[in-house]
Write a protein that binds this ligand. Structure first.
Ligand SMILES: [Zn+2]
Length: 250
């Protein structure tokens, strides 16, 4: 199994940011409608007609309570003054077939796509990725209409999450010498795919933006402090060491 194969699969189901350009991917994102409380759905058994949604909400509940990486991101958000209330900030919704999640900056809400993110791994991947966008928006108030800003947060999400954590598992027999280069290529490819999915950019415009922001954004490892690497205990270590980065005082 090569990284290439995995990356191509990822590109088919990418995600998008909930800005006006991406709104068509999220049919329930209209006006100021907010999805009803999913705790109510989960615990009172309502919405029997909507098993997909209930299943998605259950997966989120499991991932949030089990994943050290998600816990770390939630601690980091809280430390930055942007604590997550699951009811308010995470929503399961039906989406276009081409996305698995999104971040709605206007609502400060993460969307997990109940029809495309159906496995626990997919829900985990979507949450981890979107939490980087949420963190960047909290920290820097990024302008989602600015291509450089958008590309930067996608580079960071790919760098911190997808390329190190997701595809590292299937990178297989790549030689050590090639890993660094492959990793950078993975980040560039994934970030470009995410941006092109929501922006009407020419290849040249996208590459120009990449040249402008790649080095700076690739080297910005907040809030994880270091990239997650395969065959390591990085995730557990990051969670244990979170106090070093000013998170999780408890
Ligand atoms: Zn993204």
């Amino acid at each position: 199994m090569s990284e290439e194969t995995n990356s191509n699969q990822e590109n088919i189901k990418t995600e998008t940011l909930g800005d006006p350009a991406g709104i068509e991917f999220f049919p329930e994102r209209r006006g100021d409608k907010i999805s009803r409380s999913w705790f109510r759905v989960l615990f009172l058994g309502e919405g029997r007609d909507n098993l997909q949604k209930v299943k998605c909400e259950r997966q989120i509940h499991n991932v949030v309570s089990e994943s050290p990486l998600i816990k770390l991101m939630m601690d980091a958000l809280k430390s930055s003054g942007c604590g997550i209330d699951l009811n308010r900030h995470i929503s399961c919704e039906p989406c276009s077939q081409v996305v698995t999640g999104g971040y709605d900056a206007e609502m400060n809400q993460i969307v997990v796509c109940q029809n495309t993110a159906t496995s626990k791994a997919a829900v985990h991947g979507a949450l981890a990725h979107e939490m980087v966008h949420m963190y960047d928006f909290c920290r820097a108030h990024i302008d989602f209409t600015n291509v450089d800003h958008l590309l930067c947060t996608e580079i960071r999400a790919a760098n911190l999450m997808h390329c190190s954590f997701m595809s590292a598992m299937v990178m297989g027999t790549a030689s050590l010498i090639r890993i660094k280069k492959q990793h950078q290529e993975c980040v560039k490819r994934k970030a470009l795919a995410s941006v092109v999915a929501v922006r009407d950019l020419t290849e040249e415009e996208a590459k120009d933006a990449m040249d402008r922001v790649f080095t700076k954004c690739y080297n910005d490892l907040e809030p994880l402090g270091r990239r997650l690497r395969r065959n390591s205990n990085d995730i557990a270590r990051i969670y244990r060491e979170r106090y070093l980065y000013g998170y999780g005082h408890s």
